[in-house]
Design a protein around this ligand. Structure first.
Ligand code: KIV
Length: 270
């Protein structure tokens, strides 16, 4: 089996992820429930229980109303389904506004789920929060560039790293998070030159989403990449299958068979 199709054979730890930088691209996917987590188990290095579930699962327009209770409930489900990937709980908007609040909420995440790390959005301005979490033995995945939790304050989704000044600022963000103790950083919605500059400036892995090939790994939202989320499709999303189409076609088949009394036939009857 080539490295490109390699299965994950044993539990992925923070050390596994650190050692992959510059050696082998890291694969991460989101999951929100046990059913899909089980499908992803053994096939990806990391699972992110992303607050994107607020949009794809709850049908909200953005991620901002996700709550700690919601994230814990879904992370418990994912941990029930997957045993091998490193599982990260995404800290929702408002749950890490101060170091104390962050430590209290992340402690809850560790105590009530089997997540191995939490993710928080923000660069240098949030480094003190990452430091507080790290000092309390909570592993942190950073998140810089386009940050969905900032979208209302920023006035929309905006690609970052378009000029030298912004690239330098993103590199500073990444360095500040690394110094504060983050074990890896999600880099979202940045020009590939910016992702390259960030990745080569730090010793911890970068995991890109809409950030090009230069990152140490990639992450996609499962409902986007499998064609289930139809509200909008960002440029960086590759649809590996047409999930929504598949479901619709087969649901139509079921409906028609029920209406015509073709289902349940003898085969499906006691
Ligand atoms: O919530 C999420 O799914 C995320 C990814 C986009 C990285 O933060």
């Amino acid at each position: 089996m080539s490295i490109h199709t390699k299965k994950v054979a044993k539990k992925v730890t923070l050390t596994t992820i650190s050692k992959m930088k510059g050696v082998e691209p890291i694969t991460m996917i989101t999951a929100y429930d046990a059913l899909f987590a089980k499908l992803f188990d053994g096939n990806v290095d990391m699972i992110l229980v992303g607050d994107s579930l607020n949009m794809s699962f709850l049908g909200k327009d953005d991620t901002l109303s996700a709550t700690m209770d919601q994230m814990i409930y879904h992370t418990q489900a994912v941990c029930n389904g997957a045993s091998l990937p490193l599982i990260v709980l995404d800290m929702p908007f408002g749950s890490y506004t101060t170091p104390q609040k962050a430590v209290e909420n992340a402690t809850r995440a560790y105590q009530e789920t089997n997540a191995q790390a939490v993710k928080i959005e923000g660069g240098k301005e949030r480094a003190h929060i990452v430091k507080a979490l790290s000092e309390n033995s909570i592993a942190v995945l950073g998140h810089i560039g386009l940050m969905p939790q900032f979208v209302r304050a920023d006035g929309g989704y905006r690609v970052r790293g378009k000029d030298k000044t912004d690239i330098a600022s993103l590199v500073e963000d990444a360095k500040a998070l690394e110094a504060a103790g983050a074990f890896a950083i999600v880099v979202e919605g940045v020009k590939s030159e910016a992702a390259e500059a960030i990745t080569s400036a730090i010793n911890i892995p970068t995991i890109g989403i809409g950030a090009g090939l230069e990152c140490d790994g990639q992450v996609l939202v499962w409902s986007d990449m499998f064609g289930f989320f139809e509200a909008f499709k960002p440029k960086f999303v590759k649809e590996y299958c047409s999930g929504a189409k598949l479901i619709r076609e087969n649901l139509e088949k079921y409906t028609s068979e029920v209406k015509s009394r073709e289902f349940p036939s003898k085969e499906y009857t006691y």
